[in-house]
Design a protein around this ligand. Structure first.
Ligand code: GAL
Ligand code: ZN
Length: 693
């Protein structure tokens, strides 16, 4: 049994949380493999080398539709059948993918209407991938058919243990404006507004510019080709619709797979735009997957902190995840080619991912292909099939994971400082109407970097998620805010949490309309302030608007707000120039055992640097581990029974660690010394001996 429960419904991702471990009892390790790209002799050699690398799981078939169904209704699974048994002989299991990211030419030729249509009204061409529309009933029919055929064929195969649906929905782009989408968008809106067109008109404020609709049939998807800006409520509901359409598309596949074999686990590799991964999309699955490509961070110095952010974002949606694709060499396509990971970098990136929530991991890809759009996207093996240093590194990781895997499964990543994230509506609402201000994600990245560099245990957490262990929680400029989240945040504060709210939060409602109450709307009571005046800072270089924290003058940018404090709310900072000199800029309200800080401007790295010491005075948060050099990343995974510490040296020189947790260092299998020198690009993974600390 590979799942924790025999009932598929029990282990579905019912309650997504950043603390949810993957439902696995063994650590799955392997690669994405494309046997269809290689001749029979090469295919015959592969499984043994995979086993030598410690692989126990291979992913197959996500782009192989044309091979598996060369003509409509004629199926041929022989290559996969052969591969699965050869892998099984080496003790390696398989997960299959539904191949719907690459519909075959016979299908798009017979049914050109299934091609997605971009915002200019142009149908996408056949010839790459992700060209078919998820709302098309014709395409959905073929998706169900190929899923059913695969499910039936592999139903009783004991070596197939799970599935990936499709491949990276919305990875290249999310929109579609085809004829099917017009119909499906109306269906979605009828459902949302209970078939009441006046409810839609009210929610969209369509009285503006004579936009009133008399019938759902009048409504179209919002295209580019407008004389000017579209209605932000229309745009937001369109983005919700995109998520709804893919969720329905995926559910049809999931239902077929679950019916065929209830023991299979099912995941999808996300996270892309306009898909709500805290919603039904993920709840239909057993867990989410995240494809990790750290070399897209081109600056090697920035790479570790960016990688940490990407992992933390992935975990925020529904908890620990599988990495179905982890970069194993330089990636190249079109006009770019990545750095080659330096010796030790691949192994270090692997552990950095596991540290932050990867509970299973497969490299992309086993061997570099010699043709196609990704003929320079390097895998573990090179084009010439000769195993070199990347393979040797993977072999080393495979052996080490035998010890590391059991220790980390069942644990979650400790988060002391949470930054709000993982909300598709908040992101889409900003995209629909940004006023040229930084997005919630870009501010989240700025905060995350500062927290990472301060050595604090940072993470990304949704405000509706479990905040019980979180000491500080940042809400960076979430214009759209659900009032339903407020009571929970109030409890969080009363129980000792420090909530830090950024300017413009809760200024728009769930329809993307401006709220009627004085800003910050539903957060007014909790924050203990109102905003009396606000404005954009379009040229802070020539018209600076610093604020004063104590005696320190701190430059600000993007935005200013003048705060009016309720009695009992203190000023932590005041504006220091122009017509607002002396007015409150940052406030603090004590509430219960915690408090709320409201920041009347945007979080920039300079502002955060000056703010952190103030927050420390209110509620101290210690670095995760003391006296750690700045190049060493420390992460802690824990549960009620155990604590596992990761120390990752990201630099090319050794790093001194004057103290270490006492326990066993799992990579070496040795008892940890009191202090140690961590070699360049080396890693310690320490399972702590239970202590009272
Ligand atoms: C991923 C995708 C793979 C491959 C890889 C490298 O996003 O899932 O199929 O394209 O990128 O480009
Ligand atoms: Zn469409």
């Amino acid at each position: 049994m590979t799942k924790k429960s025999s009932s598929s419904t029990e282990i579905r991702c019912e309650s997504p949380s950043h603390k949810r471990p993957a439902p696995f009892e063994e650590f799955w390790f392997g690669a994405a493999y494309y046997p269809e790209h290689w001749d029979a002799a090469t295919r015959a050699r592969d499984p043994e080398r995979m086993a030598k690398a410690g692989f126990n799981l291979i992913r197959l078939a996500e782009f192989a539709w044309a091979l598996m169904e060369p003509k409509q209704g004629r199926y041929d699974f022989s290559i996969f059948e052969e591969t699965i048994s050869r892998l099984a002989e080496q003790g390696i299991k398989t997960i299959l993918c539904t191949p719907t990211a690459a519909p075959p030419r016979w299908l798009t030729r017979r049914h050109p209407e299934i091609l997605r249509v971009n915002a200019d009204g142009v149908p996408l061409a056949h010839g790459s991938r992700q060209h078919a529309c998820h709302a098309s009933s014709e395409f959905r029919k073929h998706s169900r058919r190929i899923t059913q055929a695969m499910a039936k064929h592999f139903q009783g195969n004991p070596y197939v243990i799970g599935w990936q649906t499709d491949n990276e929905f919305h990875c290249h782009f999310a929109e579609c404006h085809c004829a099917s989408c017009q119909v499906a968008f109306r269906e979605f809106l009828r459902g949302k507004f209970g078939d009441d067109i006046s409810a839609l008109n009210r929610a969209w404020g369509s009285i503006f510019w004579s936009g009133t609709y008399s019938d759902f049939e009048d409504i179209e998807t919002p295209r580019h080709a407008k004389p000017t800006y579209a209605n932000p409520a229309h745009l937001l509901d369109y983005h919700r619709y995109l998520s709804w359409a893919v969720t329905r598309f995926q559910r049809e596949q999931v239902e077929i797979l679950r019916k065929a074999n209830a023991a299979w686990w099912i995941m999808h590799n996300g996270f892309f735009q306009h898909l709500d991964y805290r919603g039904e999309f993920s709840r239909d699955l057993d867990l989410m997957g995240y494809d990790s490509y750290p070399m897209f961070a081109y600056d090697p110095v920035e790479r570790p902190s960016k990688h940490a952010l990407w992992m933390d974002r992935a975990r925020a949606w529904s908890g620990n995840f599988i990495i179905p694709e982890m970069q194993s060499g330089p990636g190249g396509q079109g006009d770019y080619f990545h750095d080659h990971p330096e010796p030790g970098e691949l192994r270090k990136m692997t552990y950095a991912a596991i540290a932050r929530g990867a509970d299973a991991l497969q490299y992309f890809r086993w061997r570099t292909c010699r043709f196609g759009a990704e003929e320079y996207w390097c895998g573990i093996l090179d084009h010439d099939d000769i195993p070199r240093r990347r393979y040797e590194e993977v072999v080393q990781v495979g052996a080490e994971l035998k010890r590391v895997g059991p220790a980390i499964l069942g644990t979650h990543v400790r988060v002391d400082v949470g930054i709000a994230g993982a909300d598709a509506v908040v992101s889409a609402a900003h995209e629909a109407l940004s006023l040229g201000l930084p997005s919630p994600e870009s501010t989240q990245a700025v905060l995350h970097k500062a927290i990472y560099e301060a050595g604090l245990a940072g993470g990304v957490v949704h405000p509706a998620d479990d905040l019980s262990d979180v000491k500080w929680f940042f809400l960076p400029h979430w214009e759209v805010f659900d009032p339903a989240w407020v009571p929970k945040l109030e409890n969080y504060v009363k129980n000792g949490g420090l909530l830090i709210v950024g300017a413009r939060t809760a200024t728009r409602n769930l329809d993307n309309n401006v709220v009627a109450e004085t800003v910050p709307g539903c957060l007014r009571g909790l924050s203990g302030i109102t905003v009396e005046e606000y404005g954009k800072q379009n040229a802070p270089e020539v018209r600076p608007l610093p604020l004063k924290i104590g005696k320190k003058s701190v430059p600000t940018s993007h935005w200013y707000e003048v705060l009016k404090r309720d009695s009992g709310t203190k000023a932590l900072a005041t504006w220091a120039s122009r017509h607002i000199a002396g007015e409150s800029a940052i406030s603090f309200r004590k509430l219960g055992r915690g408090g709320v800080v409201y920041v009347g401007t945007y979080f920039t790295s300079g502002l955060i640097e000056s703010l952190l010491p103030e927050l420390q005075k209110i509620s101290a948060v210690q670095p995760l581990w003391p006296k750690v050099p700045s190049t060493v990343e420390v992460v802690c995974r824990q549960n009620a029974k155990r604590r596992v510490w990761f120390f990752l040296n990201h630099s090319g020189s050794p790093a001194n660690l004057p103290t270490l947790p006492s326990g066993t260092e799992l990579l070496s299998g040795k008892k940890t010394p009191a202090s140690a020198c961590l070699a360049a690009r080396e890693v310690f993974i320490i399972q702590e001996t239970r202590s009272s600390r």
